[in-house]
Design a protein around this ligand. Structure first.
Ligand code: EPZ
Length: 430
């Protein structure tokens, strides 16, 4: 199995280009099948989850033509099946977006029920509630969700939680429905807005995306378009935290600074200097890091997907920090691994109490999930000595060329697939 081997201690210095947003692309690609014309999507991140989604789209018969590692042409006119295989849902939960897309376009869809995952139970009751309120019959049997409707009729939908997934899935089911739909208490994340913008460029009529009330006027059909995915807010935040932890000076390029405001605010509280440009953010970490409090919440609050990464930095800050995870029930799986590297983190229910230490010591650790894995890499970059990170397939789901981008900033990190390669790397950097 591949691993990252890291020799810590180098401050990250230089420039890094951020890729397209994985969680936007996972909604945009299913939405693209809703036209019977070609939709070209650019700035896709070249990561496993996106490639699995493209396989799932091909699996139902849509034409998928790769125009490059970050660009694809999709044509939904050849779709011949409305059943999404379990193998895709097992690999990526986001396949459930095909439910909203197929139901919206064909008034019928069958998608395997996604299970829980590493960070919590991940229910989809709000998705199904929205479909039903649009007039669909939704049944769950034998682990499969079946949704069908004679016709979909717009209505008022209230989300008990501002769910990103439910907002995107219901939006797709509603764009071709008859009449008006409102989604109240909608999620406001940048990737929700990106999916809405793509659908509007295909001829949909969606207003208010990015606010907590989204208004949709059903249209008869959608047409082809060309669209570019927004930069990945969470990848950008991860590099900002890596710069902070390693006392670095990094220009994070190809970002939308507004999407990073909560992350920038916390790093400033911790003593970093943050400079914003039109499409870049510079992070300089030259002073001792200070403790602070972080509570994850819905956008524009501090994102749950950045919680493990900021915790890895707080573990090096003077004083005691408190991190409260309000979105998922199992998002502190990194804590034990960071404690094995010398951190002092106590987790009680959904609160992490972090007593700052002077340094991490390198160790052999395993990524428990995507963002926790990124946090372990950040710790390894700052640690004294060598760190080996196992199970990096989790990390590669959401970060394109992660070790290459980090090495480009001066990190001593390599992806290895054997003990021999690992030994060679240790010898090379010693
Ligand atoms: C999306 O997951 C992201 N995934 C997650 O990123 C991210 O952590 C999450 O949004 C929150 O920002 C993708 O976009 C593919 P939610 P999603 O529905 O849509 C509850 C990563 O690391 N809920 O906004 O599944 C749910 O339990 C991943 O890239 C219901 O109760 O998250 C949670 O407490 C991890 N019923 C809260 O809402 C539902 O029907 C927010 O979940 C749906 C959700």
């Amino acid at each position: 199995m591949d691993q990252y081997v890291i020799k810590g201690g180098n401050p990250l210095v230089g420039e890094v280009e951020i890729s397209g947003a994985k969680n936007a692309a996972l909604g945009i690609l299913p939405a693209a099948i809703m036209a019977n014309e070609s939709v070209v999507i650019d700035n896709l991140p070249n990561v496993c989850d996106i490639n699995v989604m493209l396989q799932a789209i091909e699996g139902i018969g849509a034409r998928v033509e790769r125009l490059g590692p970050h660009k694809v042409k999709i044509n939904g006119s050849t779709i011949s099946s409305y059943d999404v295989e379990y193998e895709y849902i097992k690999k990526i939960r986001g396949s459930y977006y095909l439910l909203g897309a197929l139901l919206g376009k064909y008034k019928y869809a069958q998608v395997a029920l996604p299970g829980g995952c590493d960070i919590g139970s991940r229910p989809i009751d709000l998705h199904l509630k929205g479909f039903r309120q649009l007039g669909a019959e939704v049944e769950i049997a034998h682990g499969v969700i079946g949704a069908k409707a004679e016709e979909l009729v717009g209505g008022a939908i209230y989300l008990d939680k501002a769910s990103v997934g439910a907002t995107i899935n219901i939006m797709m089911a509603a764009v071709l429905a008859k009449g008006k739909t409102t989604i109240e208490n909608a999620a406001k994340e940048p990737h929700v807005v990106d999916v809405a913008n793509l659908l509007n460029s295909m001829g949909a009529s969606i207003r208010g995306a990015g606010t907590d009330i989204i208004r949709i006027e059903g249209v008869a059909r959608l047409h082809g378009t060309e669209y570019s995915v927004i930069p990945d807010q969470i990848e950008a935040g991860t590099f900002m935290c890596a710069a902070a932890a390693t006392k670095g000076d990094v220009m994070v390029k190809n970002v939308i600074p507004k999407h990073l405001e909560a992350i920038s605010a916390k790093l400033k509280e911790m003593g970093c200097e943050i400079e914003e440009f039109d499409d870049a953010v510079r992070v300089v970490s030259s002073k001792p890091l200070q403790c602070t409090q972080v509570a994850t919440t819905y956008y524009p609050g501090f994102p749950t997907d950045m919680q493990p990464q900021i915790a890895a930095v707080l573990a090096l800050a003077k004083g005691t920090s408190v991190v409260t995870e309000s979105i998922f029930e199992n998002r502190f799986r990194y804590a034990d691994e960071l404690n094995r590297m010398g951190a002092n983190i106590k987790v009680e229910s959904n609160v992490g109490i972090i007593s700052g230490v002077n340094y991490y010591t390198g160790a052999r650790v395993a990524a428990p999930d995507l963002r926790a894995g990124a946090a372990l890499v950040i710790a390894g970059l700052a640690a004294e000595g060598f760190t080996t990170v196992d199970d990096i397939h989790y990390i590669e789901r959401g970060y394109e060329d992660f070790e290459v981008k980090l090495a480009g900033l001066g990190a001593m990190i390599e992806k290895v697939s054997s003990e021999k390669e690992a030994t060679k790397f240790v010898y090379k950097v010693s």
